[in-house]
Design a protein around this ligand. Structure first.
Ligand code: FE2
Length: 191
């Protein structure tokens, strides 16, 4: 099934509402949105971008709806094929949202939320400030949530461990300015 035919299949209002509701009710996405709000307040110069950032944060993983749950829920190592399927969620989510929400910044933030500052991320492998700003913020918030609250494949980390991980990832996985803000906000107890 091509991406296009998949998208067409779920564009009807009923399916669309179901997918969007599931996306915005997801606890991880809600926490990522909360962290993005705190990061955005410190980082965004143009505060009119805040609403766009928060919408993109809520929807960042919407593409996972199209990935089989059996793969998403795996706790043991993924095969290469399974990983290749999972990494398509950012592209799928961006294409899906683009099919009915024309807001370029939201679509780009979803598409690029797994890029890395050093260019080793996906789907495009772009780096540094060529990665859209909102995607760079979501990336830090997304990883921060996994570190703080754990996942089915990862245990929660202490603040000291999170501090170290954000610092080590600064300029590699993360935008250094945004990672530094996250460290500050964490010790202040804001996130
Ligand atoms: Fe994601």
């Amino acid at each position: 099934m091509t991406i296009q035919s998949l998208i067409e299949k779920f564009k009807k209002r009923r399916e669309r509402n179901m997918i969007l509701k599931a996306a915005v009710r997801n606890e991880h996405s809600k926490r990522v949105t909360e962290y993005c709000k705190a990061l955005g307040e410190m980082y965004l110069e143009d505060k009119t971008m805040m609403d766009i950032l928060l919408s993109a944060a809520l929807l960042h993983d919407v593409g996972k709806w199209f990935i089989p749950k059996t793969i998403l829920d795996k706790t043991t190592g993924l095969t290469k094929d399974e990983r290749n399927i999972i990494v398509r969620h950012s592209e799928l989510g961006a294409k899906y949202i683009e099919s009915f929400i024309g807001k370029k910044e939201i679509v780009e933030a979803i598409l690029h939320h797994h890029e890395r500052y050093d260019g080793l991320g996906y789907p495009k492998g772009i780096k540094g400030e060529t990665i859209p700003m909102l995607a760079r913020i979501i990336s830090v918030a997304d990883s921060y949530d996994v570190m703080k609250n754990g996942r089915h494949y990862a245990v929660p980390k202490t603040k000291a461990e999170i501090h170290r991980e954000l610092e080590e990832g600064s300029g590699k996985q993360f935008d250094p300015d945004i990672a530094a803000i996250a460290i500050d906000l964490m010790w202040q107890g804001i996130i």
